[in-house]
Design a protein around this ligand. Sequence first.
Ligand code: PLP
Length: 294
Amino acid sequence: MTIGRTVYLNGNYCPVEDATISPFDRGFLFAHAAYEVTSVYDGRFIDLEGHLSRLRRTLEGISIPNPYSDEKWAEIHSDLVDRNGMEEGTVYLEVTAGDYGLRDFAGPETFTPTVFVYADARPLIGDLARDGIRAITLGDTRWKRRDMKTVQLLSQALAYRAARQEGAETAFMIEDGLVTEAASANAWIVDADGKLITRELSHAILPGITRAGIVSLLKKEGLEVVERAFTPEEAVSAKEVFTTSSGAIVAPVVAIDGKPVGDGRPGQVTRRVQRLYYEAMGADVAAVAPWVLG
Ligand code: PLP
């Protein structure tokens, strides 16, 4: 992770050390804020429209006016990539309900947002995509509107800390005996018949942009995707398990709660999904991910 030195704050590009916000900002006091993380590969954005459309829905859901048109958002994203000379990584944006010099729960009738955007250079197709990650399972303690991408991320931050303590890289969150999703990714399993299964969209999970891209690529390939919830037991005994997110794209899960998934190595279906998505990103898979070619 290399945070680009130039960031965007409320209409200005400035060095990261000059980007300061008020301690009375509602993002800081109440986690009253939306965010998005968009992948950049070879200098191009992956489905920025999808992220901006989800941002619109989240902002509407949490009563914050969208400060910019999609064109303006796209311009800020491109400017940050250019100014920081970034080829590969992510662009993070956050829109909070702003600062009113008060800690007042309801706040003013109309919010004037704080906007912060930065670029983060890092490989999207790296060692973890090749070798896989380990997951733990734990209870999903998040609020009920997980379909909105807000910065209420305490449950996930604690889940990552618990995972690290157990020698794992992620956590699968469980509610009512079913996996909702991973701490910051959608969860997928491949059953004994090779069928791909991922939880259906609802308020319980984030509608991942990567998930949507993969569902549509798989459908185009004529591969069946079953959208239904699955249990942690199904995940542990699945042939393959993987997660999808903008930051890690497709990450094979090779162990859950210390038990190997399949033979403990990334499986063939996961490799196929990686290959399809990497190719759609415009990656030269023979050069950057030869392991997907089997
Ligand atoms: N689910 C959760 C809880 C997340 O935080 C994320 C990404 O941060 C995802 C799923 C994957 O979403 P996307 O593919 O849009 O990055």
